[in-house]
Design a protein around this ligand. Sequence first.
Ligand SMILES: Cc1cc2nc3c(=O)[nH]c(=O)nc-3n(C[C@H](O)[C@H](O)[C@H](O)COP(=O)(O)OP(=O)(O)OC[C@H]3O[C@@H](n4cnc5c(N)ncnc54)[C@H](O)[C@@H]3O)c2cc1C
Length: 380
Amino acid sequence: MNTIPTYDALIVGGGPAGSTCASILVRCGMDTLLLDRANFPRVKLCAGWFSEPIWDILGISPKEYTCGLWEWNKVHINFRGRKYTIKSHGYFVRRYEFDNFLLKRSNVQTIEGHSVRQIERDSEGYWVIDNQFRARYLIGAGGSHCPVARSLFPKPENLQCGTQEREFKGDLEEIVACRSGEDGEPEILMHDDMKGYSWNVPKGHWLNVGTGTKVAREVLPAWHKARAFFEGNGTSGTIPIASRPMLDKMKGHGYICFNTDHLKSCQANNVFLIGDALGLAQPMTGEGILPAVLSGKLCATAIADGVPETYAKKLRTHPIISDYRIMHAIQTKTKKISKERGLEIKVKSRLLNKLIVTVFAYLFSGKRIPGSRIIAKMRK
Ligand SMILES: Cc1cc2nc3c(=O)[nH]c(=O)nc-3n(C[C@H](O)[C@H](O)[C@H](O)COP(=O)(O)OP(=O)(O)OC[C@H]3O[C@@H](n4cnc5c(N)ncnc54)[C@H](O)[C@@H]3O)c2cc1C
């Protein structure tokens, strides 16, 4: 007889993907254990922005979220020397609070401070973690360095993007005096080459400042430029002078954005990958919380309904992921054409710049690509 404690499902990682998955499995009466190497609440490098569809997926309204929430209706985008204020919509949270809220709300049995190292399959087909826990279903939700993904699935296709970020407390009056717009309205610096962007987000007396680039090695030079931009000349910057030393201690983290090929690795032998572990972040903006929560939900529903094999199809055909596939196809095609024909977009007209920032602001709101249903049907 096996003496190792046995569960229906074991989830590695308690970020938005893991806790959303856990919440549904627990609600459906499945005996579930979640392991995380961190102790919650924990710091997760992230600007904390997400778009409207998340509430539906989580099954809660913004009013039911009891921690800091900043709803914004305008985004201030700086691009090639001009500033554009564009109507858009979304939310900011502090990940320190949000992830803890979701995890506690899931009511899942959790072991914190446990870093998963060893994953094996026993003779009965159960998954055994570190010789201590055993389950029929194993869910990898450990983010971009997920041990489940690393030990059981091929390395993802896409290279990691690079980030530098920090969230810190400042003086409220000083922040109000120099921020770009209202509380919660993001100030974005789109990089001239469009291979990344930087942000400065006021959240009450908190500031979240960072940079992300598609190519990891380009992040540090981009961050130095962004810092100079946000600090401005003397008193003109949007970060209070007293807070600027906080920017000396940025932290970096790489994660992988969406590639349609990643979907092939979403499940095998009762093991499932969700969120960053699968590399699902939106291919153009890097929004990763929404697909994390979505994949967690789809995976749990498939398992709880007794049809775990349907997770792959549910994920691939979901409208949000269907849009990501279209965006990824556009990116790949554009890259291929410009490589083959040596083309570069050299036109730098004001109109084109305005169009670029408008599209970016639109994507930032999480709305669907116009005509995406028809495009998706044509691609089937
Ligand atoms: C600087 C930065 C800014 C970002 N800004 C945004 C943003 O504004 N909006 C947005 O939508 N996305 C943003 N993202 C992406 C977003 O943070 C991720 O896509 C999202 O957190 C993915 O959630 P997840 O649950 O898959 O993984 P995570 O949130 O990374 O959670 C994974 C969990 O697994 C645990 N874990 C890891 N390894 C082990 C192990 N061996 N054993 C046990 N536990 C383990 C970790 O402790 C962690 O708690 C940003 C990312 C970065 C780096």
